[in-house]
Design a protein. Structure first.
Length: 148
């Protein structure tokens, strides 16, 4: 006669597994018997104007009217900077092949970027020009550039 394939350790593991399953069922029954459950109202939570959670509903007379069009989402619009018209400058660099260059403002001594699309007259280096300034994607750009 052959020996049984079930060893002592296998029997112990099976006992532990069955005990664990039984404990789980007991806990489940315990939770069911002690839980309130029931209605939706008992599970509701409310948030007041200060962000505190409570179980009592808010007073409808204290509601504030909010106009949806007054809500700004994202970056607020900024006012355009006042444009100074008729600035005087000198072209310090201009590359016809690439279509851009720089103008040095004679009053502030700052360099302003200029693109070929902002030119009214063709310019080359060392030309005296009049121009206006607008804010571009990366900084100030000279527009409406004319030879002086």
């Amino acid at each position: 006669m052959g020996k049984s394939q079930e060893t002592f350790s296998k029997k112990e593991k099976e006992k532990k597994r069955l005990k664990k399953r039984q404990d789980k069922l007991v806990k489940k029954e315990e939770r069911k018997s002690t839980s309130e459950g029931g209605s939706l109202e008992s599970m509701m939570a409310y948030v007041d104007e200060f962000g505190n959670i409570s179980d009592t509903p808010l007073d409808p007379t204290k509601k504030k009217k909010i106009i949806a069009s007054n809500i700004e989402i994202g970056v607020p619009k900024r006012d355009d900077e006042p444009q100074v018209t008729g600035r005087q400058g000198k072209v310090t660099y201009f590359n016809d092949a690439k279509g851009y260059g720089f103008i040095k403002d004679l009053m502030t001594q700052e360099n302003v970027f200029v693109h070929i699309n902002g030119l009214l007259d063709p310019v080359k280096e060392n030309d005296n020009v009049t121009f206006e300034v607008e804010r571009g994607m990366k900084g100030m750009n000279a527009v409406r550039v004319k030879k002086a």
